[in-house]
Design a binder for this molecule. Structure first.
Ligand code: SF4
Length: 210
């Protein structure tokens, strides 16, 4: 996969409206998630099994270009430090993959238990934690559990009864926006990247384009 920001940035005004629509969708996700988490009495306080240690893959050009926007809000020195960390992490992940081992390693955007680009974080970082359901094409519904911290907290409070949280409409709206973005940009490759892998592609030259 040959993904870098520069070829897209020359047409940025054309795709920004789509990123704005995704931002609105992210706000809706955050609101819906918070409302359900509140009903459980669940608070994500960070934990030993921090989800920022989990290797999540991200699959949309939308989330990639949004991360590029987020990196653009940081000073050059900070960006370069993040990229250096991302390079180290990506190399470690590749090395453990070659040896057939698994590695839990902190996302390069996490500093002192805080996400440095919290408003720009991808979808899975927003939805992880509480139990959810997915409605598959054909009518099959799958249910998925919450994270370990969720179970620990809810076991203590006794709030273990499932409260409906359907990710399907969010996934569908993301897919629609992604389709529009692919048409707008002409980019057809599949994407499967960790945050670290995305960050290594973002150099300062991306922000020197007028
Ligand atoms: S992008 Fe932010 S919220 Fe998502 S894993 Fe990285 S540090 Fe955590």
């Amino acid at each position: 996969m040959n993904l870098t920001p520069e070829p897209f940035l020359t047409t940025r005004p054309r795709y920004l409206p789509l990123l704005n629509q995704m931002e609105a969708l992210f706000c809706e996700m955050d609101r819906t998630y918070a409302a359900v988490a509140d009903q459980y009495g669940f608070r994500c306080n960070g934990c030993a099994d921090n989800c920022c240690l989990t290797r999540f893959y991200h699959h949309t050009l939308l989330e990639y270009l949004y991360l590029v926007e987020g990196m653009g809000t940081l000073e050059s020195g900070v960006r370069q430090a993040i990229r250096k960390q991302a390079l180290t992490i990506s190399a470690k992940m590749a090395d453990t993959d070659r040896r057939g081992e698994t590695l839990r390693i902190m996302c390069p955007l996490n500093r002192d238990e805080r996400c440095m680009l919290y408003p720009y974080r991808p979808m899975i970082c927003r939805l992880h934690g509480i139990p959810h359901e997915l409605h598959r094409p054909g009518g099959n519904v799958t249910k998925h559990p919450g994270c370990d911290a969720f179970f620990d907290q809810c076991r203590e409070s006794g709030n273990t009864e499932y409260i409906r949280f359907d990710r399907t409409p969010f996934y569908r709206q993301m897919a629609t926006l992604e389709k529009e973005l692919r048409l707008e940009t002409g980019y057809a490759d599949k994407i499967k990247l960790t945050i670290a892998q995305m960050l290594v592609t973002i150099t300062d030259s991306a922000y020197e384009i007028d």
